[in-house]
Ligand binder design. Structure first.
Ligand code: SF4
Length: 104
């Protein structure tokens, strides 16, 4: 499990910078730097800006990750103790990134 803090507060799964999904997927199969990764689980909160009352945020979750060139990637799973997803004002997944990515 990886502790996750996420600044993509426009995502429907974000609650006070924590994620409400039990598992997320980070894209970036060809990534060589953080900006070439993205959170594939991002879904824009489109209507009222209100929080989803039915989802519970948790700090630790499973992070599946396609960015195999990252030092924390083992068998397409993230092994970092803590990661930070960046994406302030993101409207689409490509406007998010794993800020913790570190090239091997
Ligand atoms: S730290 Fe590396 S392995 Fe973990 S989610 Fe970010 S890019 Fe993927």
């Amino acid at each position: 499990m990886t502790d996750l803090v996420c600044s993509a507060e426009t995502c429907v799964h974000n609650n006070d910078r924590f994620c409400c999904k039990g598992t997320i997927l980070v894209d970036g199969a060809q990534a060589k730097k953080p900006s070439e990764t993205s959170c594939a689980s991002f879904d824009e909160r489109v209507q009222c800006g209100c929080k989803n009352q039915y989802e519970t945020p948790s700090r630790a979750l499973n992070v599946e990750c396609e960015a195999v060139s990252c030092v924390y990637n083992e068998g397409r799973k993230c092994t970092a103790d803590e990661i930070s997803i960046a994406g302030h004002n993101a409207k689409v997944a490509d406007q998010t990134e794993c800020a913790t990515y570190q090239s091997r």
